[in-house]
Design a protein around this ligand. Sequence first.
Ligand code: ADP
Ligand code: MG
Length: 137
Amino acid sequence: MERTFAIIKPDAVANGHTGKIIDMILGAGFKIVGMKLKHLSLKEAQGFYAVHSARPFFGELTEFMSEGPVVVLALEKEGAIKAWRDLMGATNPANAAEGTIRKMFAESVGRNSVHGSDAPETAAVEIPYFFAATELV
Ligand code: ADP
Ligand code: MG
């Protein structure tokens, strides 16, 4: 079984889409092995997205991610990393396929409703950034 890390971002939480997104996660056959509501500090957002620190949108991204509460999740399923990226849809909702979360809920390329780990090495860093081993079932 593979695990991946997911965030329901501040736009989706503020717009009232948390329950619908969790329902889509469960409907797609993921097991939720960790979940919490959290308001990230700017420093926590900067640490999480450190890999993007040289990008022109880093300031916009980290301010957005710390503007309101998010839901952080650890998800388990066979092929979880790709399956969650597929359910999320393309980064830019203008390019996202029908039926994907970003197509349904994202406001823009920046305010795009969900995050997902992009590789096993990323998931292995991102899950413990937010969850202690004792918080995973
Ligand atoms: P993904 O979240 O699909 O893995 P990236 O890792 O490339 O996408 O980017 C991380 C996040 O940075 C995106 O989800 C989005 O919130 C933000 N972002 C990416 N590209 C842009 C952009 N051109 N302008 C503003 N924000 C962006
Ligand atoms: Mg990414």
